[in-house]
Design a protein around this ligand. Sequence first.
Ligand SMILES: NC(=O)c1ccc[n+]([C@@H]2O[C@H](COP(=O)([O-])OP(=O)(O)OC[C@H]3O[C@@H](n4cnc5c(N)ncnc54)[C@H](O)[C@@H]3O)[C@@H](O)[C@H]2O)c1
Length: 248
Amino acid sequence: MKIFIVGINGKMGRAIASAAEAEGIEIAGGLDMTPGGQYPVFTKAEDVTLDYDCVIDFSRPATLDAVVSLAEKRGVPAVIATTGYSEEQLARIDALSKKVPVFRSANMSVGVNVVESVLPVLASALSGFDIEIIEAHHNQKVDAPSGTALQMLSAVKEGLDYEPDIVYGRQGESKRRKGDIGVHAVRGGTIVGEHTVLFAGDDEMIEIKHTALSRRIFANGSLRAAAFLIGKAPGMYDMSDYLASLKK
Ligand SMILES: NC(=O)c1ccc[n+]([C@@H]2O[C@H](COP(=O)([O-])OP(=O)(O)OC[C@H]3O[C@@H](n4cnc5c(N)ncnc54)[C@H](O)[C@@H]3O)[C@@H](O)[C@H]2O)c1
């Protein structure tokens, strides 16, 4: 497998390159606004003439046009891990998935995805508990709350029989109302990623917490996703499809 990395000179791009090198996966090159590094780096998708089997994107929503064009021009799958897309951009990704296989997950770690699979069950069983989601990331992260926190929120909502009001942080007079879900973003230092879902009841608390100790988990997950996509029919795939494929 030969991969093309969008955002190759970023924190995740570098983590993928090192994970790929360790596994003997070939790196054709990448796209980035920052030049440099040991692989060919392009700043514009139209200048790319390389041969590759899959595009892996960890960059910014602004590169979506490039990601779409890189996948379309060679008819290859795209693993899209960037977070913070607008509704319009998500529709664009959906349109791309009609032409090539697309794997999108706001969190490429297997552990987080397993946590997400149990959240609807807990939310449903812990009826009447107050629910809060707290995430923490490094001080360079642009979007808040994290894509993973939003994914966890949507997993929790699947288990509820009511439509919660989402409260992003609190300040001043802001007493909790029944049915609120608070979502809180902490930013600082080099925290790779921490997500806690708190179920608080009368005299008891349950916390489900995932801590990413390094970016390697996301890099390895995206390489697994790329290998999984090759040869698949066009469509939208995510980590639940990959995990299900392991059981067969
Ligand atoms: N899905 C996951 O598992 C997961 C895990 C970690 C990070 N992320 C997401 O991946 C993205 C990148 O994270 P990071 O920590 O590597 O960020 P980063 O800032 O370290 O790297 C982003 C890279 O993209 C490049 N870039 C930005 N805008 C560009 C543009 N318009 N054209 C070309 N290159 C451009 C930057 O130069 C940089 O090298 C973020 O959206 C982050 O939330 C997702």
